[in-house]
Every structure is written in C-alpha cells, then in structure tokens.
Design a protein around this ligand. Sequence first.
Ligand code: GTP
Ligand code: MG
Ligand code: ZN
Length: 376
Amino acid sequence: MATLDVAAGSPAALPCSVEPPDALRAWGWDAERAVEFEPLAEAGLWPARVAAQHRGLWLVVGARGEAFASPTGRLRHRADEGDLPSVGDWVGCVSSPHDGEARIDLVLARRSMFRRKAAGSRLAAQVVAANVDTIFVATSLNGDLNERRLERYVAMGRESGAEPVVLLTKADLADADARDSAVRLETELRVHVIALSSRTGEGLDSVSRWFAAGKTLALVGSSGVGKSTLLNRLAGQELMVTREIREDDGRGRHTTTHRELFLLASGALVLDTPGMREFGLWDAEDGVDDTFAEIVEIAVGCRFADCSHKFEPGCAVQAAAARGRLDQARLKAYRRLARELADQPKPATRREKDRQFGRAVRNASAERMARKRYPG
Ligand SMILES: Nc1nc2c(ncn2[C@@H]2O[C@H](COP(=O)(O)OP(=O)(O)OP(=O)(O)O)[C@@H](O)[C@H]2O)c(=O)[nH]1
Ligand SMILES: [Mg+2]
Ligand SMILES: [Zn+2]
C-alpha cells in the first residue's frame, strides 16, 4: 500500500483546521467530530482514522493521506487494552519533533464498538471494530449455519451500538431448507437477514442500501464464509486476497490475517476482518436480552427477579417451555450465554464505565454522545 508522507516535515505543514477537509470527510469525518476536535487541534493534534492494524503499527489516514503511526508512551501507559486504537477509531496524532513520524496520542470517543472477549483465557475485551454503523455478521449457507454462533454475534452487535445485520453467504450453494432459515432467523433474532451470493450476484442489491457514502460497515464471522470475496465483489477489484476453503471440513483456513478499512467507490467504508475461531461474549447482558426477547418477555412473570429459569418455583419460562410455547434450544442457548456473562468477574469501576457506555449508545444518538464526551 502506498504510504503518503502525512507526518513528515514541519508540523506547521499539517492541517489543524476544524473545517472538515474532503479527504477526512471521505473517511467518515463529520461536523460533530470537527467540533469535538477543535480544542485538540489547538493543542497541536491532527485528526486521522485508523485504517489498519499490523502488530504494533497502525495505519492512519489523515487529511494528507496515509501514514504508519504508533501510540505515544502516554497513550500506552494510560490505556487499558480496550482503549488502545483499533481499526475504525478516530485518533488525535502528533508529529514527533525528533523523527517527524506520526504518533497517536489519543483515541476519540467511540460512537460504537464491536467487541469480543479476547481469545484464550485472558479476561479482557478486544475491540474488533470501532465507529461502525452496521455490523454484517456473515455465515455461509453451505453447512456453516450455526444459530448458536449467530446469536452470540448478534448479541455483541446489538451491544456495540451499531446495527447488526445477518448475511447468509454462498446462497448459490444453498438448498431450499437452508433458504427457509433466513425467514425464521429474522423473526427470532429480530434483525435483517439477507441471503446473497458473491458468485451469482444474488442479494447484492438488497445490501446496497447500507453501503451509503460516509457509512462504515464491518464484515465479521467465521473464516471461509466469504467476507473478503464480498468486499472484493462490491469494490469491483481484489482488495483482499481470498482462498479456497479446505474441502475436508469446509471450515476455511484463515486467509485474512489483519483488519483493514477500505473506502469504496460508492463512498462506503468497509472493514474486513479475519475469521474468528473463538467468539466470547463480553459485557453484553442487554444485547443478549434483546436477542432473546421472547424469553425475556415471559421471564417478567417469574416469581424471582434473578430466576435462572432452571429449577426455581414459580418460573414462568419453565412453564411456557413445558407448554411448548418456547423453543427449548433457544432457552438453553439463552441460559448458557447468561451464565457465561455471569462468570466474568470484572473490577467494579470498569464495569460501571462499560455499562455507562452501553447505555449511552443505546439511549442517545451517536452525535449527542460525542458532544457529551468532548464539550466543544
Ligand atoms: N460458491 C460460492 N463461493 C464463495 C462465495 N463467496 C465466497 N466464496 C468462496 O469461499 C472461499 C472463502 O472466501 P473468503 O472470501 O476468502 O472467506 P473469508 O470469510 O474472507 O475468510 P477469512 O479471511 O479466512 O476470514 C473462497 O474460495 C471463495 O471463492 C459465494 O457467494 N459462492
Ligand atoms: Mg477474508
Ligand atoms: Zn424463571
């Protein structure tokens, strides 16, 4: 990728104006962000968006183009892991007086963040995509369709503050049964579900309305479901390498290994991500409840407020399940996810901070949120 000389040279050459320059606007910068950034510009920072992340180095796009940047020591020390810059983040950069290189000094308030529990046994969140308007959860119709996994992604998508949309890929390989699942999933998960094929082009019209100029969309899901293929098809060129999945287990081979944000000709910004082997929930009580609304509605009638819907007397959910009014598999999945969240002890302070964020993005518009955090 061509790296323009954004940071080198004298800082005076860098734009600090709050007028959104076209180059920044193309990457999603707007008037709210400009107001938010005013005091930072006065302090000598310049705005940029994180377009890619490779171990220890961040590719940022500023008004003058792209540059590689690393966080300042100040940001590294201050930040929890989840506060370090992630792809999609808007950041305030400085140009080092020593080498002219760009350094990321702070991360602007996120309007949305799609997270998961960091892989492995660590108790930490990983931000997969920041400041995204739509999370496309991709799963393929040729045998990959796993409702339990979809529920996880959709719950975290809801929690992120972005709109989750389910993409059922490889529709050209699907039989009638698989296609029927689109309708059922839409009712159960209460999200848009779109069957599409990057091979035949079926369904691409239906997703195009999300690909509006200035909107940021992220593609997430397991390896091999066709995320990069869809990106390439929409872009009309090979932006990301794609590869045949292994024939033996159809589970893909992790072709994409880094996250990257692309600006398409339509003006939409698309973030491609590597397939995730593990997708653990993180702080998503509300997202889970919204994803299992039919159960939560019935649970209002349980005798105990903290009912686990397993063995308690007066459990309305058990009663409904016994009468066949609830899908047993969904109930089991709901209990499992609720338990997974309950088993995640977290420091009280961070928990409160995270919850405030979740509530704020759900209740307030993204714009109001930005203003609250950075009073102009
Ligand atoms: N039949 C069919 N094959 C597809 C379609 N979309 C993608 N594929 C194939 O699926 C395989 C995997 O596609 P990728 O786009 O690399 O998958 P990915 O989701 O980006 O995978 P990771 O980067 O590993 O996360 C490739 O061989 C694609 O050609 C489709 O709509 N129909
Ligand atoms: Mg890929
Ligand atoms: Zn109950």
